[in-house]
Write a protein of this length. Sequence first.
Length: 115
Amino acid sequence: MAYKTGVPVFSLGGSQHLVAWNINELLTNQYFLGQIGYIRELLKLPPFLGSSVNLLGLLELGKTYQLSGGPKPPNLPMDAAAGLIVNTIFGPVEIVGAVGDYGHARFFFRIGRTF
């Protein structure tokens, strides 16, 4: 059963899905998203600082569908991101830069759960 509230139920963009796009930049009621990532440990930290420093790589490809009466969504938005995850004694700290198509680019950091 679909509720017709006039508000899209899904949004893409931000630090979880299509990271080169801004938060809630892609609003839709249906989408698909493919992500592939790679994490590699670069070095170990002393125990009093944390556990490790990791390299992160991410590729994403998505598709949003046009809402009736709304703006035409981009055709297959995609992006690539690279960054570092530092596992500290206070939790993970993630520092990432992302570049996407249609002129999108962002730099962000996150503290806490990364996935």
